[in-house]
Design a protein around this ligand. Structure first.
Ligand SMILES: [Zn+2]
Length: 326
């Protein structure tokens, strides 16, 4: 099939110790759309799709013997149609498709509607969270929609793991970034897809679940994957980022994180994590504890280059600190 797609190919073949993984970088640009989709071939049967608009986001496809596995569905039907066109051209789509949602965040599930007749696999909390906040996310992030998004829920749920034994493909619960966060492990190619559990330069926290989160990252390292893929980063061939994220999580507490080498981006994420956890503790009426998080968040704002936006955040943070100090 022709889709007016321009293909540009470059081959890289010296990145892994034994050249087992021949990576085939293909840039696919559809001149009809502003979206940019990049496809990287991984291992013997994997395809790593990346989009840059509105921010870098990835999904992963495993072309199994009996099934075509699609990990995450990005921001809507438009980009997913491009992904499907690519897979159709390769004649992969004659097999039944199994979709997997790594977690409930909108940027990983809005393309689900293209797979209404397929199995959409996820952790049971993923479906529950989409039921709870899916509609409000549609309104809150309306600018990020790619096409006419129709919320489509996962329809096959697991609580611990699902293994497609004959295929060597495993989906397992890996709480961290969110409670429902789950990962995919290709046992044959030793490729690990972690959703948003690791992120450059620091992970985003939603709640104080540091024990679960660090256990998840320890488990990732123990698997010794050859390739690591995440929802928003480049393809990785070492566990360096997992170890860096783990170090941050192990030390995450007010006054415990060394900020000497922090960049603006580190500070932004750290500020976000401190205020997120501060807010969670405040809602649990743990005011004294919450105050410690907000006080460190306030310090971060002083360390940033000052501008009206930072001033606004300072004002907001000071207000909360005053409330908590009463
Ligand atoms: Zn995400």
């Amino acid at each position: 099939m022709m889709y007016g797609i321009q293909l540009k190919r470059t081959f890289f073949h010296n990145f892994s110790p034994n050249n087992f993984f021949l990576l085939n970088f293909i840039n696919v640009e559809n001149p009809l759309k502003t979206d940019f989709m990049k496809v990287q071939e991984v291992g013997t049967r994997g395809f790593f799709f990346s989009f840059d608009d509105p921010y870098r986001t990835n999904l992963y496809v495993i072309n199994g013997e009996q099934y075509l596995f699609i990990c995450d569905t990005f921001l809507g039907p438009e980009p997913m149609k491009e992904v499907l066109s690519f897979l159709e051209e390769k004649e992969f789509t004659s097999k039944p498709i199994i979709v997997f949602n790594s977690h409930h965040d909108y940027d990983h599930i809005w393309g689900n509607q293209c797979f209404k007749d397929s199995i959409i696999l996820a952790h049971n909390l993923c479906r529950k969270k989409i039921e709870e906040i899916g509609e409000s996310d549609l309104k809150d992030y309306v600018d990020h929609k790619k096409g006419d998004v129709e919320l489509t829920l996962p329809n096959v749920l697991f609580s611990e793991k699902v293994i497609f034994v004959e295929e060597g493909v495993e989906f397992f619960h890996s709480p961290g970034h969110t409670e429902d966060s789950s990962s995919c492990y290709d046992q044959i190619d030793e490729v690990l897809f972690v959703g948003d559990n690791i992120e450059t330069p620091l992970p985003y926290l939603r709640k104080l679940n540091l024990k679960n989160y660090t256990e998840t990252l320890d488990d990732y390292i123990a698997r010794k994957p050859i390739v690591i893929l995440s929802g928003h980063d480049d393809l990785m061939f070492t566990d360096k980022l997992i170890r860096e994220n783990l170090e941050y999580l192990k030390n995450f507490a007010p006054g415990k994180i060394d900020r000497t080498d922090f960049t603006k981006k580190h500070r932004g994420i750290h500020y976000s994590n401190l205020t997120t956890i501060g807010q969670v503790l405040k809602e649990e009426s743990k005011n004294e504890e919450s105050l410690l998080y907000y006080k460190e968040a306030r310090l971060i704002l002083d360390e940033l280059e000052q501008n009206p936006q930072v001033d606004e955040l300072k004002e907001k943070t000071d207000k909360i600190i005053n409330e908590l100090s009463k």
